[in-house]
Design a protein around this ligand. Structure first.
Ligand code: SAH
Length: 390
């Protein structure tokens, strides 16, 4: 097996359990491994670190799959790992829908599997994991007897690994517009053409966190996608709910979801640029009891982090101005580079500029089927905050 020797000064990141080895951390590679091949990684003085897959085309040269020398990386290995992922999800309370595999957090780097009742959506974002797709599909078939498996590898990062973007069936054809149950509600999920894997499971626990504050409230939601938070608000007793999204298609699906739950008289959706509308309405002095914001990630690179901070401050400032005294702002950030502390600071700055006093009601991360692993920073990415705005 090809051996990868690290430089003398080993990064604390690798020592602390992070599975990535960057090419500039490597001293020597024995032989000339092909892309995706399983290799062994050692310290400069030949202490075993782990086994993983290599991609000479990627800046992240090796991603470790195990730290156990006796592990053999084969089909059985992936079936066992995926079984463990499912056992864990069941143990922490997920039955119908969950992120079954959350890449690095489940020690299967760059693999995402979302389970939507009997349907499975997978992403294999690195070459080394893509090669194991047949084993992954076999594992899903063995463990679940699914009605369908679909690949959503239409993600640009695959190109950094020398792969193409692609999507399609990994099982027999099926109708890719399915229905899932969540917190007693039903939602259409468009597995083939929806955003990411079709549905944002990472907010599934957080959607319940609004249950008390929306009672009898007039609610405004922005960045609604298929309307999940807004439909939850109506379900939990809001008087009226308006949801805004810039995508016509999202608004169409959100409207369908409202009707699916017979909540169309309470919740309405409109196509709009939330940045413009929030600004205009806050100037006009419009007021709501609860305002909910869930924008897409504002940046993925450190160079533009300041722009992201400004963006968050801007929308949260506008959002707060639209809240009646004693009402609530429900606000999220999925930008990985914005830490929880930084997000709280941004909200504090926004409150000062809006001249509103705030109190924290809830502050949490993504739902528990997306585990956070200390030492692997990218596993904690979502910030979900509810504040009272006085
Ligand atoms: N809250 C949703 C997820 C939102 S994803 C859920 O829980 O499922 C972010 C959404 O913001 C996307 O649907 C995208 O179309 C929308 N969006 C992006 N820019 C926008 C803008 N300027 N105004 C309004 N919506 C926007």
């Amino acid at each position: 097996m090809v051996q990868v020797l690290l430089k003398r000064k080993i990064s604390p990141r690798i020592a602390n359990g992070h599975p990535w080895v960057f090419s500039n951390e490597v001293d020597k590679v024995s032989g000339s491994p092909s892309g995706g091949e399983i290799v062994e990684v050692f310290t400069h003085d030949k202490k075993f670190i782990g086994k993983g897959y290599i991609n000479p085309k990627s800046q992240i040269l090796v991603r470790l799959l195990t730290r156990e020398k006796q592990d053999t990386i084969n089909e059985e290995f992936f079936i066992n790992r995926i079984r463990q992922c499912w056992e864990y999800r069941k143990k922490i309370g997920y039955t119908e829908n969950c992120r079954l595999v959350f890449g690095e957090a489940d020690a299967i780097p760059q693999l995402i599997i979302d389970k939507f009742n009997d349907y499975f959506v997978i992403q294999t974002v690195a070459l080394g994991i893509d090669l194991w797709k047949p084993a992954i599909v076999k594992a899903i078939n063995q463990l679940f007897k699914p009605k369908g498996i679909f690949e959503r590898n239409d993600v640009p990062v695959r190109e950094l690994e020398g792969m193409q973007q692609q999507k399609g069936f990994l099982s027999g054809d099926f109708d890719t517009k399915i229905i899932i149950n969540e917190n007693g509600l039903k939602f259409y999920v468009d597995i083939e053409n929806g955003q990411k894997t079709g549905y944002f499971l990472d907010q599934q626990d957080n959607r319940r966190a609004i249950s008390n504050i929306v009672k009898d409230a007039e609610v405004l939601g922005a960045f609604t996608y298929t309307g999940t938070f807004e439909i939850h608000a109506a379900h939990y007793g809001a008087k009226s709910v308006l949801g805004l999204d810039i995508s016509d298609n999202a608004v169409k699906q959100a409207t369908e979801n409202a009707a699916l739950n017979n909540l169309q008289d309470i919740v309405q959706f409109k196509t709009a640029n939330a940045f413009d509308v929030l600004k205009q309405w806050s100037k006009e002095g419009k007021k709501y009891d609860v305002v909910m914001l869930d924008p897409p990630a504002f940046t993925k690179s450190r160079e533009t982090i300041q722009k992201a901070i400004t963006g968050y401050k801007e929308i949260n400032l506008r959002g707060m101005k639209l809240v009646r005294p004693g009402g609530f702002l429900v606000t999220s950030s999925c930008t990985n580079l914005v830490s929880p502390e930084m997000f709280l600071q941004i909200i504090d700055m926004a409150a000062k500029d809006a001249r509103r006093k705030i109190r924290q009601v809830v502050f949490q991360t993504q739902s528990a089927d997306h585990p956070v692993v200390p030492g692997i920073e990218t596993t904690q990415y979502l910030k979900f905050l509810v504040i009272e705005v006085q």
